[in-house]
Design a protein around this ligand. Structure first.
Ligand SMILES: N[C@@H](CCC(=O)N[C@@H](CS)C(=O)NCC(=O)O)C(=O)O
Length: 216
């Protein structure tokens, strides 16, 4: 019997898009429950009970709650993937994937720190230091991708999924200079050609519409 996986989500959210990409890759069906962040539904006591950090995504796997996209990606591969290529069991290989997952978490946090006050506060636009800070992350990713098709080499892992959703949304706020960052450009093309990329494309469009109203 197929597992009953409920995902608390909002379509535009980058970390939600990562979980949806992986679910598609693993052929897992998700029952989606929208948490309307603009109406502060994430602060409802019943939601805060399952995710005290009031964020999406949150996964409910037949009563087992897991929140934070990175933790959810790890959980889904460990539990449901037919092989370990996306999150290797080998200690060293796994450490390298973890390294990039945590790297993504830092970049995403930077992105949220910039966008949240614009979307939910009264801040208008980005300061130069904020743009420079994201560009510094683009430079790091460009160095990481040197000589590699994906972050860890030839195999796509959950770290690539995590990072592509973050960078594709960061690109809406601080456009990535793809002529300069040629390795990021090639990697993004490789990611876009994956059969399970669609949830990022769909959510990214919605994210672009939302951000467009606030950032020009
Ligand atoms: N590290 C978390 C970040 C999740 C996150 O910040 N999600 C945003 C939406 S993109 C959110 O739910 N924000 C609502 C809030 O912080 O109250 C993850 O990877 O799941």
């Amino acid at each position: 019997m197929a597992p009953k996986l409920v995902l608390y989500e909002i379509i535009a959210s980058p970390p939600v898009r990562a979980v949806k990409m992986l679910a598609k890759a693993l052929d897992l069906e998700l029952e989606l429950k929208t948490v309307d962040l603009f109406n502060k539904e994430q602060y409802k006591p019943e939601y805060m009970k399952i995710n005290p950090t009031h964020t999406v995504p949150t996964l409910d796997d037949n009563g087992q709650i897991v929140w934070d996209s990175h933790a959810i990606l790890i959980y889904l591969v460990d539990k449901y993937a037919k092989n370990d290529s996306m999150y290797p069991k080998d200690l060293v290989k796994r450490a390298i994937v973890n390294q990039f997952l945590f790297c993504d978490a830092s970049i995403f946090d930077k992105f949220v720190g910039i966008v949240k006050p614009i979307l939910y506060g009264n801040v208008k636009g980005l300061a130069d230091w904020q743009k420079e800070s994201l560009i510094d992350s683009f430079e790091a990713v460009e160095r990481i991708l040197e000589g590699k098709k994906f972050l860890t080499g030839n195999d796509v892992t959950i770290a690539d999924i995590s990072l592509v959703v973050t960078l594709s949304s960061a690109n809406l706020v601080v456009p990535i200079d793809f002529k300069k960052f040629t390795k990021i450009a090639a990697w993004m093309k490789n990611m876009e050609s994956l059969s399970y990329y669609e949830p990022n494309a769909v959510g990214l469009k919605v994210h672009a519409e939302i951000l467009k109203k606030f950032i020009n």
